[in-house]
Write a protein that binds this ligand. Structure first.
Ligand code: C2E
Ligand code: MG
Ligand code: MG
Length: 878
């Protein structure tokens, strides 16, 4: 009976072991594998139950507990379930007295196997011979306990005949099957691990961009794998099985053989850098090789990985070249995209004085000198952004604070997306070159002795001046100047003294001229002066030059002090005026030179104009100016009075009109001198003198009954209104004369009031506050707008005589007169008409609303006595 059981169990174990072998085929499909395993274990159990140890009819013993428990332990719930279901179904179908314990003996081993597996996985129970033994015993104890469900007599039979063989066979069988299955399981796990590591290895070799080769000790290609077959000397397939010497040139094959030998001899990986001709051209590789631990086909072998480092090598070379170039003679500077300095070279340090530590990390701004404005930098960055490069001259500051010029070239470095990543700048210190340039420029354009411009520069400026005055409509003057008797100084005292004297002359000329004028030295004692921006009218320009020229003559006439010696050297000047480009530079120079000789001929220390008419006109003006000055001092200017009448023709006052009682030329009207007085600035003095006379008259009239009502109009040049102290001057006169300001009227010509009126208005207001009234003379001849007039503090408009003259016939004049009258009403101003000569004119004006008149109809300008005589009855005069 025991033998039967042993046979049964042996069969089961053999089948189980076979099953393990079969299951290998299903390892790739786990679910199917489990179902198949479960079915196989179930079938094994059924096989066991077909040839059991039969104790009685319906009471059979076999190895199912062993198989099912181990199936559940190794296979898990699914395998246990399938196997248990099959075994249980078969046992149920067999039936008999032992069917219930028989079924329990299907269920319990599965559960116990699963419990054992669970505890083992949780590391609560180890899996070894001892634990397996305890499990096997436990399994049999449970089986025996199950058998308690048998009727007592059957159980007793079991105890008597089957218990011992059952325990004796099934416990070691469980042990044996467990160990067998563990071995199978371990093999499976090992296979799985191998499969995984192979898969990983494959993935790794495919992922690395390197060439991988396996070569044996004879240099035979055993395995070839390349990311790009063009990197191989010959195609991948063409290499396998061939030897290095069959494929590569001899020298190359030798090199590799040496490398293989070296690698085989070493326990560590070996490396080699080599170049090779490939389908992609000549490439550089870096190889690393390691000896294989096993023999392949009886030969030692190495694994070799080779990486294409052509780009890296080229890059390194570039870098090396760049770093050599970077340390060149030029200062170099590299910044990031935000112009923060990353690197500078030695030349940079030499030029700027800043070491790398000083500047790295700093913005390039720190080098700026502040000489260039923001527009300069804006332009620079715009060019850089647009063209990628900028170069030009720039002023930077050295570490010691010195500002210096440098030639700077900046290039923007962009990445593949076109974004700027860096700026590279090279700078050259050009301060020396610049100062040399300046020196050359100075030598070329300036006289080395006096530092004045030379002939070349003068000609240049003269050319410019001609263009300028043509454009601006102004005059300019070219003055030739020659020192009188300079030759004597040179001959008697030597060149050194002569040179020093010339320097002093140059100095005096410079000091007596404006910044914009040019003083040049042509050589010897010849100087040339270019005056620009003169008056637009020839005569005035001439007078201006005359003024400046006499100033120069005066300054040059002063004695010179040279090395303790005193020298008296006057100069002769020759002037040519021009206001266009009609003459050439040479012509102008010749003319000025020529007129300079006229000065010499006229006895030196003189100024001559090239144009004899100009000479005459200028001399006359100057003489007249001088004469006016003298006349003013001598009190030759007197006020004549022209009556002003009201609408009834009754005299209400007078206008003071200046006359010059000239000792030689007789009585002169304003036309002979006002304009020159105005231009020379003498008008101020003249007007104030007339004003004083007028105020004296007012004061005198104030005490005479028939005259106290009379007002007096005095003409003043608008120049006076622009005089800083005009108000104080008038106050002074009023105070001195004690005249009543309410009877004083100041006449200003409309055309003269157009510039800078704000200050003038302020002064007018101040005077009006004192009671003085203002009248606009010659009204209608200027261009005053209503708005302009409104801003002036006025009392009266004086219609110009040119409109009155043609009344009443000329409709144009009549229209203007009417308009002026209407406007005056609107502005609340009084209107007086001047130049009224006929009763028709007066009637016409009166009909149109004019109430005040002045003109020959009422009286001509009269000497004061004549005027007063006409006003006062004869009795009063006495
Ligand atoms: P004005 O102020 O418009 O003076 C009127 C001018 O017209 C005077 O000429 C006067 O003699 C002349 N006149 C007056 N009634 C008649 C007339 O019915 N028919 C004609 N044909 N002419 C008449 P005058 O005296 O030669 O003065 C000329 C200008 O000189 C004045 O024009 C005034 O602008 C200026 N003037 C006169 N005295 C002074 C003065 O003391 N200072 C200033 N700055 N200018 C003065
Ligand atoms: Mg007047
Ligand atoms: Mg007038």
């Amino acid at each position: 009976m025991v033998l039967e059981l042993i046979k049964n169990v042996t069969l089961l174990i053999t089948l189980c072991w076979l099953h393990g072998m079969l299951m290998r085929g299903l390892e790739a499909r786990p679910l199917l594998g489990k179902l198949a395993a479960g079915a196989l274990f179930g079938a094994v159990c059924i096989g066991g139950m077909l040839m059991p140890m039969v104790l009685e009819d319906g009471l059979i013993f076999d190895g199912r507990t062993v198989v099912l428990s181990m199936a559940a332990f190794f296979g898990g719930p699914l395998v246990g379930l399938v196997a248990g279901a099959m075994a249980g179904a078969y046992r149920g179908w067999l039936g008999g007295v032992g069917v219930v314990p028989g079924l329990l003996n299907v269920l319990m081993p599965v559960l116990l196997g699963l419990l054992f597996a669970y505890l083992h996985q949780r590391r609560r129970v180890p899996f070894n011979v001892f634990s397996l033994l305890v499990f096997a015993l436990l399994l049999q104890v449970v089986q025996v306990l199950n058998l308690l469900l048998l009727p007592a007599e059957h159980f007793a039979t079991f105890i008597q005949h089957a218990l011992l063989p059952l325990v004796a066979v099934l416990v070691p069988s469980t042990l044996l099957l467990g160990l067998l299955l563990r071995d199978t399981e371990r093999q499976r796990q090992a296979r799985e691990a191998l499969r995984q590591s192979e898969a990983q290895l494959r993935a790794i070799t495919e992922a690395v961009p390197d060439l991988s080769l396996v070569l044996d000790e004879d240099g035979r290609y055993l395995k070839v794998k390349s990311p790009d077959s063009r990197l191989l000397y010959a195609g991948e397939q063409g290499l396998l099985g061939r030897r290095l010497h069959d494929v590569l040139p001899l020298s190359q094959a030798d090199l590799f053989m040496q490398f293989i030998t070296r690698t085989l001899a070493s326990d560590d990986a070996q490396s080699l850098e080599y170049g090779m001709q490939t389908a992609l051209g000549h490439r550089t590789f870096e190889a690393r090789a390691r000896r294989l631990d096993t023999l392949i086909e009886g030969k030692r072998a190495v694994v070799l990985m080779a990486r294409d480092i052509t780009e890296r090598v080229a890059l390194e070379l570039d870098k090396r070249i760049a770093s050599i170039a970077f340390e060149s003679q030029q200062g170099m500077l590299i910044t990031d995209a935000k112009t923060r300095i990353l690197k500078v070279n030695r030349a940079f340090t030499q030029i700027t004085g800043y070491s790398a530590e000083d500047v790295v990390g700093q913005p390039t701004r720190m080098l700026g000198s502040g000489r260039q404005g923001p527009e300069f930098y804006q332009e620079l960055w715009q060019t850089l952004a647009r063209e990628g490069v900028w170069q030009g001259e720039i002023w930077n500051r050295r570490k010691n604070g010195e500002v210096f010029p440098e030639w700077l070239a900046i290039s923007a470095v962009r990445d593949e997306q076109g974004r700027v990543t860096n700026y590279v700048a090279s700078l050259t210190d050009i301060s020396e070159r610049k100062s040399a340039e300046q020196q050359i420029q100075h030598l070329a354009f300036y006289d080395p002795l006096t530092g004045l411009p030379n002939r070349r520069l003068l000609r240049d400026r003269l050319q410019q001046a001609m263009i300028q005055c043509d454009r601006k409509g102004q005059y300019a003057a070219l003055i030739f100047l020659d020192l009188d008797d300079f030759k004597n100084v040179n001959d008697l005292y030597g060149h050194q003294v002569g040179d020093e004297l010339l320097c002093q002359v140059a100095e005096r000329l410079r000091n007596n001229l404006r910044e914009l004028d040019t003083v040049a030295r042509l050589g010897g004692d010849e100087f040339v002066i270019l005056l620009e921006g003169l008056e637009p009218f020839a005569e005035e320009a001439g007078a201006q030059v005359e003024h400046i020229g006499s100033g120069l003559l005066l300054a040059l006439r002063e004695p010179y002090e040279v090395y303790g010696q005193r020298f008296h050297n006057s100069a002769s000047l020759g002037v040519v005026l021009f206001n266009d480009e009609l003459q050439t530079v040479d012509e102008l120079m010749q003319r000025a030179d020529l007129s300079m000789y006229s000065s010499k001929a006229a006895g030196k220390n003189a100024l001559s104009f090239y144009d004899p008419q100009m000479q005459a006109a200028v001399s006359m003006r100057l003489k007249l100016e001088e004469d006016i000055r003298r006349g003013l001092d001598a009190g030759e200017f007197v006020a004549f009075l022209q009556p002003q009448a009201n609408w009834q023709g009754v005299w209400s006052g007078a206008e003071a009109l200046v006359r010059w009682q000239h000792p030689e030329r007789g009585l002169l009207g304003p036309g002979a001198f006002i304009e020159i007085a105005e231009r020379s600035g003498l008008i101020e003095q003249l007007d104030l003198a007339t004003l004083r006379q007028g105020c004296q008259l007012l004061a005198r009239w104030a005490v005479r009954a028939q005259m106290s009502h009379l007002s007096l109009a005095v003409n003043i040049s608008a120049r006076l209104l622009y005089k800083e102290d005009f108000v104080e001057l008038i106050q002074q006169i009023l105070q001195d004369t004690q005249a009543n300001p309410r009877h004083l009227k100041l006449e200003i010509t409309e055309t003269l009031l157009l510039t800078d009126k704000d200050k003038a208005v302020q002064r007018m207001q101040a005077l009006r506050a004192m009671g003085i009234r203002f009248s606009i003379d010659d009204f209608g001849t200027g261009y005053s707008s209503m708005a302009y007039l409104q801003q002036l503090p006025l009392d009266q408009l004086k219609i110009d005589q040119s409109f009155v003259r043609d009344l009443p016939e000329n409709p144009g004049s009549l229209a203007i007169v009417r308009a002026i009258l209407a406007m005056a009403v609107g502005l609340g101003l009084e209107v007086i008409a001047e130049g009224v000569e006929t009763p028709e004119q007066q009637a016409c004006l009166r009909d149109n609303g004019c109430q005040h008149f002045q003109g020959y109809l009422f009286g001509k300008p009269l000497a004061v006595e004549a005027f007063e005589a006409a006003v006062l009855p004869a009795v009063d005069l006495l």
